[in-house]
Design a protein around this ligand. Structure first.
Ligand SMILES: NC(=O)c1ccc[n+]([C@@H]2O[C@H](COP(=O)([O-])OP(=O)(O)OC[C@H]3O[C@@H](n4cnc5c(N)ncnc54)[C@H](O)[C@@H]3O)[C@@H](O)[C@H]2O)c1
Length: 292
């Protein structure tokens, strides 16, 4: 899609963090944006802030883990705008770090419900209508290098959810092309350094009924993480979220399947991974894993 101006875009989890940056970048390019987010006060504040500057943005409270809620979002988009050209399945959450045998059923139900089923619900609710419109369109699924490229072992719940997002998006784009539709799909890997977003306080979105069955202990804040890195003599590089979002839109315009910074480093990681798998080994070096 060369021109995003005037297009109808939907961003799930678009009221905060990377999603809000995507929303702002889309509006800056002249798109009309519908934000679907589960955090109502944050959604309202986001829509107010962005529409005050004259942009065409609206919000719908949406829980992507709930099929009916995502279907209602799609109905709202088609009733209001009559079309959808860009679908960003971006909403995501993370479970506390834990050994796999110490993760809990609710960790898996919640995180896979949002990160995997949330993307599936978005595809089910929008893609058939996007295909039948005949218009050019694009589905962008937010994955993570953690799982989508190679897992951090202490993040099994999150990493496996993002591995699923990457794999299903490969299948989706292949099928959209094989079926000769006017749609394309991409995997977006937020990258370029550390990201200062709400993912650090992700548990705020954990719903009643899916509370962690066992206390996970204190979860580090981003400030504590920065302090630990400084104490270890490391300087953390942070990626500007607005630049990241612009980069994502450039990837959409260029019909890039994998949208990320650092393709060369990823290639090296994947080659090492493939080599280890080829030898029948665990595909990463325990000695060089980043800190928790
Ligand atoms: N922050 C990172 O380091 C990083 C790295 C790679 C990938 N990601 C991915 O980027 C995406 C955005 O995360 P972020 O870092 O901006 O975090 P964030 O917490 O700032 O943003 C997530 C947004 O999703 C919303 N949300 C949560 N649960 C939802 C639900 N059930 N239904 C609808 N909306 C829901 C939140 O309210 C929030 O607005 C996620 O998919 C995340 O996994 C983040």
């Amino acid at each position: 899609m060369n021109d995003i101006s005037g297009k109808i875009a939907v961003v799930t989890g678009g009221a905060g963090g990377i999603g809000k940056a995507l929303t702002k970048a889309l509006l800056a390019e002249g798109a009309k944006v519908v934000v679907g987010d589960v955090e109502e006060p944050v959604l309202d504040a986001c829509v107010k802030e962005l529409s005050d500057s004259g942009a065409e943005v609206s919000g719908r409270v949406t829980d992507v883990s709930d099929k009916a809620s995502v279907d209602a979002l799609a109905d709202y988009v088609y009733d209001t705008h009559g079309d959808c050209h860009l679908l960003f399945n971006n909403a995501g959450v993370a479970a506390p770090s834990a050994n796999v045998w110490e993760t809990t059923p609710n960790d898996w139900t919640w995180v896979h419900g949002v990160n995997v089923m949330g993307v599936i619900h978005g595809i089910h609710a929008f893609v058939p209508r996007m295909i039948s419109s005949g218009h050019e369109g694009h589905v962008i699924n937010t994955s993570s290098g953690d799982g989508g490229i190679s897992p951090l072992p202490y993040q099994s719940v999150y990493a496996s959810s993002k591995a699923a997002v990457s794999t299903l998006t490969e299948c989706l784009d292949a099928q959209l092309q094989m079926e000769k539709t006017n749609l394309r799909a991409s995997i977006f890997y937020p990258s370029g350094g550390m990201l200062d977003t709400g993912i650090w306080t992700t548990a705020r979105n954990r719903p009643a009924g899916l509370e962690r069955e066992v206390d996970a202990g204190p979860i580090p804040t981003i400030e504590q993480f920065k302090e630990a890195a400084n104490a270890a003599g490391m300087t953390l590089e942070f990626q500007d979220l607005d630049e990241l979002a612009k980069h994502a839109l450039a990837g959409v315009r260029n019909k890039q399947f994998v949208i990320m910074y650092g393709h060369a480093e990823t290639e090296a990681t994947l080659k090492d991974r493939a080599e280890r798998i080829g030898k029948g080994e665990l595909p990463f070096d325990l000695a060089t894993l980043p800190m928790m």
